[in-house]
Ligand binder design. Structure first.
Ligand code: NI
Length: 193
C-alpha cells in the first residue's frame, strides 16, 4: 500500500524518534509499504517520520546511483544491490573529508541544494530479521544513510544549509507545508489551506 508522505513543516519531521522492539505491531507490512511508497515516489530512501511515524526505522535502495558513470566500478557494483532496512540505527562514528552533493527529499519536493557530509560512517542497526549489524559505509551509501538518519533525529537536509541559503528557500518551504506544490505521489500537508 502506498502511504502519503509527510511534507516539510509537519511536527513529526522534527521529532527525535524512538527505538522499537520486534513486537512493534505490523512491522513487516510497514516495511513493505515503505518500500512500495519509496519506489512509487522514485526515492532512494524513506524514513518512518516521512510516513508519519516517530520510530527509528528507514528503508534504502540506492541502486539507481549504480548507473552513475563517474563512480568507480567497485562502488557502482556495490550500489547495484544496496537495498536495506535499518531498524534502530545508531551511527557511532563519522570520518573522512566532507564532500558536497546536491540532495533532495520526498518531503521537500522541488528543493535541491548542495549538502556537505563526512565520507564515511560506522553504524549499528538491526535488519528486518532482527539480526544486529555493525557496518562501515562510504561514498553514496554513507550519504544516503546519513540523510535518512537525519530524519530519525528530527532533521532534514535544509538544516545543514547556510543561513543565507535557507533564507533564500524559506518561501518555497512555506509553500510546501501549505500544500502549494505538485507531486506525482500522495502527500500529507500540515498547513494545507
Ligand atoms: Ni529525506
Amino acid at each position: 500500500m502506498i502511504l502519503p508522505i509527510t511534507a516539510y513543516g509537519d511536527p513529526v519531521l522534527k521529532k527525535v524518534t524512538q527505538d522499537i522492539t520486534p513486537e512493534y505491531p505490523g512491522l513487516k507490512v510497514l516495511i513493505d509499504n515503505m518500500f512500495e511508497t519509496m519506489y512509487s515516489a522514485e526515492g532512494v530512501g524513506l524514513a518512518a517520520p516521512q510516513v508519519g511515524l516517530d520510530i527509528r526505522m528507514a528503508v534504502i535502495d540506492a541502486s539507481p546511483f549504480a548507473t552513475d558513470d563517474e563512480l568507480p566500478k567497485a562502488e557502482r557494483e556495490f550500489l547495484k544491490t544496496f537495498k536495506k532496512v535499518f531498524i534502530n540505527p545508531h551511527i557511532s562514528e563519522r570520518w573522512g573529508e566532507p564532500w558536497g552533493m546536491e540532495e533532495g527529499c520526498l518531503s521537500l519536493p522541488g528543493i535541491h541544494e548542495k549538502v556537505f557530509r563526512p565520507d564515511a560512517i560506522r553504524i549499528t542497526y538491526m535488519d528486518e530479521n532482527w539480526v544486529e549489524h555493525t557496518d562501515e559505509f562510504t561514498g553514496y551509501a554513507a550519504r544516503v544513510i546519513q540523510h535518512e538518519y537525519d530524519h530519525l533525529d528530527g532533521k532534514v537536509f535544509t538544516d545543514h544549509l547556510s543561513p543565507l541559503t535557507r533564507r533564500m528557500i524559506q518561501k518555497r518551504l512555506s509553500s510546501i507545508s501549505e500544500g502549494r506544490v505538485k507531486t506525482h505521489y500522495p502527500m500529507r500537508f500540515p498547513r494545507r489551506k
